[in-house]
Design a protein around this ligand. Structure first.
Ligand SMILES: *[C@@H]1O[C@H](CO)[C@@H](O)[C@H](O)[C@H]1NC(C)=O
Ligand SMILES: *[C@@H]1O[C@H](CO)[C@@H](O)[C@H](O)[C@H]1NC(C)=O
Ligand SMILES: *[C@@H]1O[C@H](CO)[C@@H](O)[C@H](O)[C@H]1NC(C)=O
Ligand SMILES: *[C@@H]1O[C@H](CO)[C@@H](O)[C@H](O)[C@H]1NC(C)=O
Ligand SMILES: *[C@@H]1O[C@H](CO)[C@@H](O)[C@H](O)[C@H]1NC(C)=O
Ligand SMILES: *[C@@H]1O[C@H](CO)[C@@H](O)[C@H](O)[C@H]1NC(C)=O
Length: 430
């Protein structure tokens, strides 16, 4: 009788644990850089279509401001707005660091720049899982004491096929036993910059990226990964047509740049630190400079951008209207770049794609557009781990999550069957 009671208690505990722990799947997060939400309408994309039919897509998602590669990728990875994770631009100035370490560019790997946020590959490791990253901003740096179990120095020349073969082996090969993998492709961003979003070259690149996705799907199928792994395909930002010759805002027309600015950037926006005592004059000169540029004092940056509360956001922020470019002087008028991003994240042209497919993703579903910061808690939910504090929510994504992984329905069924049998035995005994 004691033994029977013991067995019943064990079974009950196991049933309870499996109920409480929820989903515990593997996750593959993929970014195709600069994949504007509506590129998919430019060409025939049978692989994206199949992926969507087997899973969930959103027409677009809302990314974070500024709509640049490093900040947006780090928001996806951490679930934090840019002011909270601290990667507030591709080029930054931190007034609290000593010269010459007070400037950041896309090659900067020092921990202090990245430690403001906890990327998903670190959260996974803290929870006892294994993570591996085939390129992602921040993956080459030790953050909060952790690196991914596997990572590589960025090398654009590695073929997309090789990246996919490697990631699939991480997820399927016992030798690696990776729970969370991240994978990055620098297209269609590069083509979008060079030729512009409306070019034939971008259209052809969309077909190429559809084939890349098809290759990944076939590899996943032959490695039998679709039973265990949820795959998310998204991007950091969109792209819009620019023209340096006709739509530039030349700061040198309004300001003696060298004499008045300690730090400044150019492009769709400019982060500006002025020489002591000149902030008001620079602000005044720029505030009436150009009808297609707005200048904000830090305290007046609109709240909806969540781009204010960080010392790396400098005292003045200039933001150009869509398609206009802030330049340093006439030497830039002949630049031939045709596409850019970085503008207001509310612009439709800045918004990226979202697709997801796997054992815990509802099939043939279109989700209501949500926020890129919701992806971090979504991945934590799929992995079955506790997220670090973040700005996302599951409210927007739980419409397409299916909690069936722990053997789910059949496991619960066998639990209740076993329990019933135990009780019948106990009952018959008396
Ligand atoms: C700047 O950073 C480098 C590399 O992390 C470090 O070796 C050096 O000591 C730093 N310099 C200062 C002045 O902090
Ligand atoms: C602001 O504009 C005035 C008038 O054009 C100019 O004299 C002055 O040098 C400008 N200020 C700075 C800091 O460049
Ligand atoms: C653009 O014009 C500047 C002179 O204003 C010249 O120095 C530069 O080489 C030109 N660049 C290109 C890409 O033609
Ligand atoms: C996404 O952004 C648009 C503005 O571009 C906004 O109207 C919408 O409410 C946002 N969606 C969410 C889920 O916040
Ligand atoms: C997907 O859903 C659409 C309607 O939302 C339906 O017409 C179509 O048959 C469905 N496809 C599959 C494969 O279930
Ligand atoms: C975003 O999340 C961080 C971490 O929890 C928090 O400090 C910050 O206040 C949040 N931002 C907003 C706008 O809620």
């Amino acid at each position: 009788m004691m033994a029977l009671k013991f067995i019943i208690i064990i079974i009950s505990i196991q049933c309870l644990v499996s109920y409480v722990s929820g989903i515990k799947s593997k996750v593959l997060l993929i970014s195709m850089d600069g994949f504007r939400w509506d590129y998919i309408q430019k060409a025939s994309t049978p692989n994206f279509d199949e992926f969507a039919a087997m899973g969930t897509k959103a027409d677009y998602i809302n990314n974070t401001f500024v709509t640049k590669t490093f900040p947006c990728h780090y928001s996806i990875a951490t679930g934090l707005y840019e002011e909270s994770h601290g990667i507030v631009a591709n080029q930054m100035f931190d007034p609290s660091y000593p010269i010459p370490n007070n400037t950041f560019n896309m090659k900067t790997k020092d921990t202090e720049w990245w430690d403001g946020g906890e990327p998903i590959w670190v959260t996974a490791r803290k929870n006892g899982l294994k993570s591996a990253v085939y390129f992602w901003p921040g993956s080459e740096t030790k953050i909060r004491g952790y690196r991914p179990n596997i990572w590589f120095p960025y090398d654009e020349s590695v073929s997309f096929e090789h990246r996919i073969n490697t990631v699939v082996s991480w997820l399927s090969d016992d030798q690696y036993d990776i729970d969370l993998a991240l994978l990055y492709f620098h297209e269609p961003d590069a083509t979008g910059h060079k030729f512009g979003p409306d070019s034939n070259e971008v259209k052809n690149k969309v077909v190429d990226m559809d084939n890349v996705l098809g290759y990944l799907m076939r590899k996943m199928t032959s490695a039998k990964l679709w039973q265990t792994t949820n795959v998310i395909v998204t991007s950091d930002h969109g792209m819009t047509e620019i023209d340096y010759a006709t739509r530039h805002i030349d700061l040198s027309n309004y300001i003696d740049i060298d004499q008045s600015m300690t730090y400044k950037t150019y492009g769709p926006f400019s982060n500006i630190l002025t020489v002591d005592g000149l902030e008001d004059e620079v602000f005044n000169n720029l505030s009436k400079a150009h009808e297609h540029m707005k200048i904000y004092r830090k305290a007046d940056i609109p709240d909806h951008w969540h781009y204010k509360n960080n010392r790396r956001i400098l005292p003045l922020l200039a933001v150009a209207d869509e398609g206009w470019t802030i330049v340093k002087g006439p030497e830039d008028y002949n630049l031939t770049v045709k596409g850019a991003h970085g503008y207001d994240n509310r612009l439709q042209s800045m918004k990226p794609i979202f697709y997801a497919r796997g054992p815990n993703i509802r099939s043939n579903t279109t989700a209501f557009p949500f926020n890129s910061v919701d992806i971090y808690p979504l991945i934590c939910e799929l992995l079955g781990i506790t997220p670090a504090p973040n700005n996302g929510t599951l409210d927007n994504t739980n419409t397409f999550i299916i909690d069936n992984s722990t053997g789910s329905a059949s496991y619960t069924w066998s639990c209740s069957t076993l329990l019933t049998i135990c009780f019948i035995i106990v009952f018959l005994h008396f």
